[in-house]
Write a protein of this length. Structure first.
Length: 175
């Protein structure tokens, strides 16, 4: 175990007592129990717009985004994080928009500077809807040169179950 990793968990479900929020909370508790410093941000409550592709950041902006929204709070946390956990529900067979926006707004700095490990927590109603999101996550891990620590999914009948909790805890304990 690496001691004292800085872990940033982005939770993207707008349902405060939903399944994704529960998985993110369980992950945070397990990471802290293992000695890590974990920060959980509910990105669904933030105002984070999509990337404008204006290229301001890569020209006059010198790496800064022209859009001054709640992403400004997230940039410093992303810059310091060593492990990044994405937690999102599946909407229309994909990670929901609330998690895509902060990922894509990293365009200005290309990648989170210190992130070496990543994990993904997802929930859905149906089984068999995770392929697209899992592929996206795998490709982002590769692009950001981060170790893909794994994925935990919870469909309708697996949500808030002891079995799912154990999978989330095991994933956090791999940090
Ligand atoms: C807009 C929307 C789209 C959804 N699309 C899917 C889907 O494509 N497949 C699926 O299995 N569940 C879908 N769901 C259901 C959610 O993924 C499911 O209820 C999930 O557990 C919600 O997570 P939460 O409890 O963390 O909010 C959708 C829900 C919403 C609101």
């Amino acid at each position: 175990m690496n001691t004292n990793m800085k872990v940033l968990i982005l939770q993207a479900s707008p349902r405060a007592n939903g399944n994704t929020a529960w998985m993110a909370e369980e992950y945070k508790k397990a990471a802290e129990a293992a000695g890590h410093e974990a920060t959980l941000v509910n990105v669904s409550k933030k105002k984070i717009a999509g990337c404008l592709a204006c290229e301001y950041c890569h020209t006059r902006g010198n790496g800064a985004c022209i859009q001054k929204d709640d992403m400004q709070e997230l940039y410093p946390l992303m810059a310091e994080a060593e492990a990044l956990v994405l937690a999102a529900p599946i909407y229309y067979f994909a990670l929901n928009a609330q998690i895509q926006a902060p990922i894509q707004r990293m365009y200005c700095v290309n990648k989170p500077a210190k992130v070496v490990k990543m994990a993904l927590l997802m929930s859905s109603y149906s089984p068999g809807v995770y392929d697209g999101a899992t592929a996206e996550f795998r490709d982002i891990c590769n692009y950001w040169s981060a170790e893909n620590m794994g994925v935990v999914t919870a469909k309708n009948d697996e949500q808030k179950s002891e079995e799912t909790k154990q999978k989330v805890v095991a994933l956090a304990e791999k940090l």
